[in-house]
Design a binder for this molecule. Structure first.
Ligand code: SF4
Length: 575
C-alpha cells in the first residue's frame, strides 16, 4: 500500500505557537499554570501537561492565582477581563490571524455594522469573535441560516478561520447577488485553505483518505467532509487504534491528512499502523520479514551493524591492517549505548514511537542484559586492541552511563544537572562517540596516536552521524518538545536544523574529497562521497513527501552506514 501524507497535515502556526508558549511557561510565569480550555484534544498530552503543572481551567473561579494561557482560538474580551479581575495573570496565545479577524469585527461593530460570522456556533473561536462583535453579532452555519436573516442597512460578513472554503465562496456569491452593499471579508486562514485544497487534490489522486484528528475539531471534520465529497472511501480517526483494516482492504494508495491541532506523533503512529496493514494481510513470510526488520531496529542490532560498517570504512580509508576486533568493538559499543539510551528514553518514546516504548517496557530486563553484555564485550575487544583504545573506551562508557545521572545535587539552583540536560547534547555526543570508536580507536590501536588523517576521518564520521541523528530528532520534534527534551530542532526549529544537517553532509563530502586528493586517506574516499549523497537524497525525498516516517525510512537511513561499509569492502576486494 502506497502512503501519501499531506504536506499540510498537523499543527498550524497558531496551534504550534500556543503549544510552545505554554511549554515555556513553567519556570518563567507565576504558577499554577492553566490553559483556558484544553490546549489540544488529546488525553496523553493533557496528562503530560498536568505532570508539568499545567492544568485545564474550564470555568473562571471567584478567586484565582497563577497564570492562564488563552488558546489560539481566542476568547471574548469580557472573559479576559474576568480572568484578570479574579487575580490571574493572562498570557494571550490567540493566533495573530484570529486577532486580525477580531480587529475587523471590533472596528465595524463600533461603526454600527451588523457582524455576520460564518462558522460553528459552539466553536471557541466563534464564541470569541461573537464577544468582540457584541450585540451586533450573528452566527450562521448554513445557507438557510443566512437566508433567514433580516436585511441589514450595514453589515459585514467574516468567516471562522477554519471554515470550509467552498461554503464561504457560496456565501460570497449569495451576498454579491442579494446584498451587494454588505462588506465581505474572506478571513479563512491560508493554512486552512491550503489544507482543504490539498485534501481535495489528494482525494482525487488516492484510492482512500484517512483524516487524523479529534472528532470535536471543526477543521478536522471539514477535511473529512471534503474528502468524503470526492466519493472516495474516507476514514476519520482520532488514533491509530481506530483504523479499520477491513475498510482499507484492497486499497493501493491511501492519502493521510490531519487537522490543525493534531500532533505529528499521532500522524506518525497512524502511518506506522497503515504501513503494517499490508503486512498483516500478507503471508507468513512478509510478516516474518517485517517483524525481523523491526526487531533488528528496536534492539539496535542494525544500528550496530551500521557502526561496524562505518568503522570498517574508516579503517580502509586510513589504510590500517587490523580490522575485526575494532569493527566488533565499534558495533558492540554503539549497540550498548543505544539500547541504554532507549531504556532511559521511554518517556519521549510514548509519543514518538509507542511500539518501541512498549517493546522496551516488555523486555526491559533482557534489553538491559543485552546492553551490559555488548558493553562488556566491547571493552574486552578494546582491551585486546591495546591499552590506549581500552582507556578511551572506559572513559566513554563511563560518560555514557553518567549521561542520565544527576551530577549536580538537587537544590543547587542549577537548571542543568545532568549531561542530558545540556541542550542538543544527545545529537552531538552520539556523533562524537560513533566517530571516536570508528576512527580514533583504530588509529590508537594501529599507530598509537591521532594523526591528521585520523582527525579528518573522525570529522567526516562525526558529520555523517550528526546528520543521521539530527534527522531523527526532526522526526521526533513534537514528542520531544512535549516532554521537555531540548534537542536541536526543539531549540533551532526544524527548518534551521535541516539546513544544518544538509551543511554537515556537504562538509563531510568535502572532507572525503579532500582526504583522497591530498593523499591523507586512500582513494576509497572518492567512492564514499556516495554516502553523504545517499543521505542527502533520502532527506530530500522525505522533505518532498516521497518517503514518510516509519520502519522503512528508519531502515533506509540506518542502511546508509551498512552501505558505506559494503562499498569499502568491495573496494578492498578490487585493490
Ligand atoms: S488555523 Fe490559521 S488562524 Fe486558526 S489557529 Fe491555525 S494558523 Fe491561526
Amino acid at each position: 500500500m502506497k502512503l501519501v501524507i499531506a504536506k499540510t497535515a498537523g499543527f498550524c502556526m497558531g496551534v504550534r505557537r500556543a503549544v510552545e508558549m505554554v511549554l515555556s511557561a513553567p519556570g518563567h510565569c507565576q504558577g499554577p499554570i492553566y490553559t483556558y480550555g484544553p490546549l489540544i484534544h488529546n488525553p496523553q498530552v493533557l496528562e503530560m501537561l498536568a505532570k508539568k503543572g499545567i492544568h485545564v481551567l474550564d470555568e473562571i473561579p471567584d478567586r484565582g492565582t497563577g497564570t492562564v494561557l488563552i488558546r489560539a482560538h481566542g476568547v471574548p474580551p469580557e472573559t479576559r477581563q474576568e480572568l484578570e479581575a479574579v487575580g490571574f495573570t493572562v498570557i494571550d496565545a490567540t493566533c495573530p490571524r484570529v486577532i486580525k479577524v477580531q480587529s475587523i469585527i471590533r472596528k465595524h461593530a463600533s461603526q454600527g455594522y451588523t457582524v455576520i460570522i460564518v462558522g460553528d456556533r459552539d466553536h471557541p473561536e466563534v464564541t470569541g469573535l461573537l464577544g468582540h462583535a457584541g450585540a451586533s453579532g450573528r452566527v450562521v452555519s448554513r445557507m438557510a441560516d443566512l437566508e433567514s436573516l433580516p436585511v441589514f442597512e450595514r453589515a459585514i460578513i467574516v468567516a471562522q478561520t477554519t471554515q470550509n472554503k467552498h461554503f464561504f465562496e457560496a456565501v460570497q456569491r449569495w451576498a454579491a447577488e442579494h446584498h451587494p452593499h454588505y462588506k465581505v471579508f474572506d478571513t479563512i486562514c491560508d493554512s486552512t485553505a491550503r489544507r482543504q485544497a490539498e485534501v481535495s487534490r489528494l482525494a482525487r489522486e488516492a484510492d482512500a483518505v484517512v483524516v487524523v484528528g479529534g472528532r470535536s475539531s471543526g477543521n478536522t471534520r471539514r477535511l473529512a467532509e471534503i474528502a468524503g465529497a470526492s466519493g472516495k472511501p474516507t476514514v476519520h480517526v482520532e488514533t491509530e487504534a481506530e483504523l479499520d483494516a477491513e475498510a482499507l482492504s484492497g486499497v493501493r494508495c491511501v492519502a493521510v491528512t490531519a487537522g490543525a491541532s493534531t500532533p505529528n506523533w499521532i500522524i506518525k503512529r497512524v502511518c506506522r499502523r497503515l504501513e503494517t496493514l499490508p503486512v498483516e494481510r500478507g503471508g507468513a513470510w512478509s510478516q516474518f520479514c517485517y517483524q525481523f526488520q523491526q526487531t533488528l531496529l528496536r534492539t539496535n542490532t542494525y544500528v550496530a551493524v551500521g557502526a561496524g560498517g562505518l568503522c570498517y570504512a574508516c579503517i580502509q580509508l586510513l589504510g590500517y591492517d587490523r580490522v575485526l576486533p575494532l569493527v566488533l568493538l565499534a558495533a558492540l559499543y554503539v549497540q550498548s549505548m543505544h539500547v541504554l539510551n532507549n531504556l532511559t528514553g521511554q518517556k519521549e518514546d510514548r509519543y514518538n514511537d509507542p511500539g518501541r516504548a512498549h517493546f522496551y517496557q516488555s523486555y526491559r530486563f533482557a534489553l538491559a542484559m543485552l546492553a551490559l553484555a555488548s558493553g562488556g564485550l566491547g571493552l574486552l575487544m578494546a582491551f585486546r586492541a591495546g591499552t590506549k583504545p581500552f582507556v578511551v573506551l572506559v572513559v566513554m562508557s563511563l560518560l555514557g552511563l553518567s549521561y542520565n545521572l544527576n551530577l549536580i545535587p538537587a537544590g543547587s539552583g542549577w537548571r542543568i544537572r545532568r549531561i542530558r540536560d545540556v541542550p542538543g547534547s544527545k545529537t552531538v555526543l552520539i556523533a562524537l562517540a560513533w566517530a571516536t570508536v570508528a576512527a580514533f580507536l583504530p588509529a590508537l590501536a594501529e599507530i598509537g596516536r591521532i594523526d591528521a588523517a585520523a582527525l579528518l576521518v573522525f570529522a567526516v564520521c562525526a558529520l555523517l552521524v550528526f546528520a543521521r541523528t539530527a534527522f531523527f530528532d526532526i522526526l521526533d520534534v513534537q514528542g520531544d518538545r512535549i516532554v521537555g527534551k531540548e534537542t536541536l530542532p526543539v531549540m533551532m526549529g526544524e527548518a534551521a536544523t535541516l539546513r544544518l544537517l544538509q551543511a554537515a553532509l556537504v562538509l563531510s563530502a568535502g572532507g572525503l574529497a579532500l582526504g583522497a586528493l591530498s593523499g591523507l586517506t586512500s582513494p576509497l574516499a572518492l567512492l564514499l562521497v556516495a554516502s553523504p549523497l545517499f543521505l542527502y537524497l533520502v532527506f530530500a525525498a522525505h522533505t518532498r513527501g516521497r518517503i514518510h516516517p516509519g520502519v522503512r525510512l528508519e531502515f533506509l537511513i540506518e542502511s546508509h552506514f551498512v552501505m558505506t561499509g559494503a562499498l569499502a569492502f568491495f573496494w578492498s576486494l578490487m585493490k
